[in-house]
Design a protein around this ligand. Structure first.
Ligand code: NAD
Ligand code: MG
Length: 379
């Protein structure tokens, strides 16, 4: 393939699978970035020979520069380095697989450099949807979803006239604690929350799945991607993670996208759209599965889902505030400083107490709301 990509967050779960797809289809890799993990970055750099590797952590960048001294690969450090990688010449597409709102500025850099964006980093759209959409329009670039649900909807929408979409139906596995009630979640441990039934993913999104914040973030993400309000987005529990999402049309016909749970399908589709290339992902054997199940979500136990929907309806900076509170609370939970149920509590409080909104928000407003909310949650 004559395609060249930039992989932002190459050492993470999505980043590694993106490189898998690149390896399979001979896609060129022009830049790699990560936060730290320089051993893996070095290995990736030696295999894919990008012209630039950017490491957000300056100390790690120095170490990697020494490790790669025998190559002609340039190593940049800090936030500036990551931005430079995001807009590097010679690549047509940037895959954003950074975790958290740290991915927002690199997303904007890539768009402003005219890159097509393959977006896994949902926090970018949750916090900065209005700014990102405006920039995509201004620079005439394209944005393809990598998140499996959104890729499914995007796939289902092929050939569907805009006006025909009645609603989108996001499926959700229910996470590690599906079926449990609040009392049973009081003292769950980090290890329990990290045990996802179907997907192997980074720590943050796995916790988000356990709280169902992930589905809340995805409702907001879907709203920006497909231009649908909260009322037109349904969430359906589907434990098997085989139906990746669906759309319902004006005539009440429902179209779904199915496949075994493997992120390499949506990653590859975002990179090769509209082509369909071969894939190492296993064929789906529905007879062997025999049954697919569906249920309504439990909004009382998993409060984050309802809080995100409320934030979406209130608009403005509310989604950015919900996201920031969650990122801060998840980091506290992962380091053993707060309990599981304190995550929804922190997100709920942040949204409840947030005063400002305003529909015409700027990037600066988003960054400020994000910083201020984190500061309050982290105490
Ligand atoms: P991960 O924690 O496994 O990887 C995150 C990557 O981002 C790492 O390479 C890390 O070094 C890098 N990173 C972190 N902070 C950075 C910074 N400031 N600058 C540059 N790089 C930085 O996360 P993941 O599970 O791969 O998820 C990545 C994103 O994709 C998240 O937004 C997540 O919600 C989304 N997503 C993931 C999956 C999945 O299956 N893992 C599925 C759907 C969506
Ligand atoms: Mg998803």
């Amino acid at each position: 393939m004559t395609k060249n990509i930039i992989v932002l967050g190459s050492t993470g779960s999505i980043g590694v699978q993106t490189l898998d797809v690149a390896r399979m289809h001979n896609i060129g890799v022009k830049a790699l970035t990560a936060n730290r993990s320089i051993e893996l970055l070095e290995k990736q750099a030696r295999e894919f020979r990008p012209s630039l590797v950017a490491v957000a952590d300056e100390e790690s960048a120095k170490k990697l520069r020494i490790a790669l001294a025998d190559t002609d690969i340039r190593v940049a450090g800090g936030e500036e380095g990551v931005k430079e990688a995001a807009s590097l010449d010679g690549a047509d597409t940037a895959v954003n697989a950074i975790v958290g709102v740290a991915g927002l500025m690199p997303t904007l850099e890539a768009i402003r450099a005219g890159k097509t964006l393959a977006l896994a980093n949902k926090e970018t759209l949750v916090a900065g949807g209005s700014v990102v959409k405006a920039e995509v329009k201004k620079y005439g670039t394209r944005l393809y979803p990598v998140d499996s649900e959104h890729s499914a909807i995007f796939q289902c929408l092929q050939g569907v006239p805009d006006k025909a979409l009645k609603k989108v139906i996001l499926t959700a596995s229910g996470g590690a604690f599906y079926g449990k009630k609040r009392e049973e979640l009081v003292s769950v441990r980090v290890e329990d929350a990290l045990r996802h039934p179907n997907w192997s993913m980074g720590a943050k999104i796995t916790i988000d799945s356990a709280t169902m914040m992930n589905k809340g973030l995805e409702v907001i993400e879907a709203s920006w991607l497909f231009d649908v309000p909260d009322e037109k987005i349904d969430v359906l529990i589907h434990r098997e993670s085989i139906v990746h999402s669906m759309i319902q049309l004006e005539d009440n016909s429902v179209i779904a996208q199915l496949g075994v749970p493997d992120m390499r399908i949506p990653i590859q589709y975002a990179l090769t759209y509209p082509e369909r290339l071969s894939s190492p992902v296993k064929e789906l054997d529905l007879a062997e599965l025999a049954m697919l199940t569906f249920a309504r979500p439990d909004y009382d136990t998993f409060e984050c889902l309802g809080i995100c929907r409320r934030a979406l309806r209130m608009g403005g900076l509310y989604p950015a505030v919900a996201n920031a509170a969650n990122e801060a609370a998840v980091s506290l939970f992962l380091s053993g400083k707060i309990s599981f149920l304190q995550i929804p509590e922190a997100v709920g409080n942040a949204v409840e107490k947030f005063g400002g909104s305003g529909q015409n928000i700027s990037l600066e407003d988003i960054i400020e709301a994000d910083r201020e909310t984190r500061r309050k949650v982290l105490g």
